[in-house]
Design a binder for this molecule. Structure first.
Ligand code: FAD
Length: 290
C-alpha cells in the first residue's frame, strides 16, 4: 500500500487503524476500494502530526481544554506498506466497498454515536455560554435571552431527532437493531451549523472579556489584589473563578483548540459537499476513511 490518508484523529495514540472508503466509488476505482486493518507500528506506516494545542508548555489554568482534552490529528503515510492478507477485508472490489457502509449498518451506528457526541458537545458549549452570561449579569437583556434561547431550542431539536431515531429503530433478522437513519442524517447536516452558532453566541456574550484575561501567574504576583478586584464577576463571583470560566470559554470559542473542534464538526465524517469519485488525490483513495 502506498500513499497518504487525510486525516487520522487520535491516530498518534491508537494501536490500530481501519482503512475503508465512503460509498460512491465507481468502476475504475478498484485501486482505492481496499478495506483493511493494520497495527500502526507496521513497517512503512508514518504519522505526520499537526502542532499540538496542549504542547506541555502551556499552563492548564490558562488553557484548560487545550491542555487536558486535545485530540491530536495526523496525516497517515503508507510507504510501500505490506498489508498481510489476513488483515484485508475487501480487496480491489468497488461493489463490495460501496456495500460496506450500508450493509454493515455502519452508517446507522456511527451516525447514532456521532449525533450523541454532537449533542453533548452542544450542551457543553451552551452551558458555558449560559455561565458566562450569568457571571457578568447580562442574562437579563432580551437579545442575550434570544440568543441563548435559540441555542437551547437547537439542543432540544437534536435530542428529539436522536430519540426518534431510537424509537423508530429497525429490528434486524439477526436480532440486532439499527437506529432510523433519516433523523440522524438530518442531524449530520444540522449539527455543524447549530454548533457553529453556539460558538458564535459564546463569542458575542463573552465579548472583550474573552480577550482581556489575566494569566495564572498574575494571581500570585504583586498585582494579585488588582486582579481579584477588577476581574471579579457578578453576585460576588471571585476574580479567580471568573477567570477560570472565561479561560474555558476562550479555549472553546477563540483558541486553536476550539477552532479545531469547529472544523471537526464540519468535516469529521468527510466533506458533506464533495461528490467523492470526482475528487482524486495522487496514489490515494478519494474518500478514504480511517
Ligand atoms: C478536525 C478534523 C478531524 C478529522 N478526523 C478524521 C478522521 O478521524 N478520519 C478521517 O477519515 N477523516 C477525518 N477528517 C478528515 C475529513 O475526512 C476531511 O477533512 C474531509 O474529507 C474533507 O477533505 P479535505 O479536508 O481534504 O478538504 P478538501 O477536499 O481540500 O476541500 C476543501 C474545500 O473544497 C471543497 N471541495 C473539494 N472537493 C470538492 C468536490 N469534489 N465537490 C465540491 N466541493 C469540493 C470542499 O467542500 C471544501 O470546502 C477530519 C477532519 C477534521 C477537520
Amino acid at each position: 500500500m502506498r500513499g497518504a490518508r487525510m486525516l487520522a484523529t487520535l491516530g498518534p495514540v491508537a494501536d490500530e487503524v481501519l482503512v475503508f472508503s465512503l460509498p460512491g466509488l465507481r468502476p475504475g476505482d478498484e485501486a482505492f476500494s481496499s478495506v483493511f486493518g493494520l497495527p500502526l507500528d507496521t513497517p512503512g506506516v508514518k504519522l505526520i502530526c499537526r502542532e499540538p494545542h496542549g504542547d506541555g508548555g502551556r499552563s492548564a489554568f490558562d488553557h484548560p481544554l487545550a491542555v487536558n482534552f486535545d485530540e491530536t490529528d495526523a496525516l497517515l503515510v503508507f510507504d510501500d506498506v505490506l498489508v498481510p492478507w489476513e488483515r484485508v477485508f475487501i480487496y480491489n472490489n468497488v461493489e463490495l466497498a460501496n456495500a460496506l457502509y450500508p450493509r454493515s449498518n455502519l452508517r446507522n451506528h456511527t451516525a447514532h454515536q456521532t449525533s450523541i457526541r454532537g449533542l453533548v458537545k452542544m450542551q457543553f458549549a451552551v452551558g458555558v455560554a449560559m455561565a458566562v452570561a450569568d457571571a457578568v449579569k447580562i442574562d437579563g437583556f432580551l437579545h442575550i435571552q434570544q440568543k441563548l434561547g435559540e441555542c437551547i431550542s437547537n439542543i432540544e431539536l437534536v435530542k428529539s431527532a436522536i430519540v426518534r431515531a431510537e424509537v423508530e429503530h429497525d429490528k434486524l433478522q439477526d436480532g440486532f437493531v439499527r437506529a432510523n437513519l433519516s433523523p440522524l442524517e438530518a442531524l449530520r447536516g444540522f449539527l455543524p451549523f447549530a454548533y457553529a452558532r453556539a460558538i458564535e453566541v459564546l463569542q458575542v456574550l463573552g465579548a472583550g472579556g474573552l480577550i482581556m484575561l489575566p494569566t495564572a501567574e498574575d494571581f500570585g504576583s504583586e498585582i494579585a489584589a488588582d486582579v481579584d478586584r477588577y476581574y471579579q464577576g457578578a453576585s460576588g463571583m471571585r476574580g479567580l473563578d471568573r477567570a477560570r470560566l472565561f479561560k474555558v470559554a476562550w479555549d472553546l470559542a477563540g483558541d486553536a483548540f476550539g477552532t479545531r473542534q469547529l472544523q471537526y464538526e464540519r468535516y469529521y465524517v468527510g466533506d458533506p459537499c464533495a461528490s467523492w469519485p470526482g475528487r482524486f488525490l495522487p496514489t490515494t483513495a478519494p474518500s478514504a476513511r480511517n
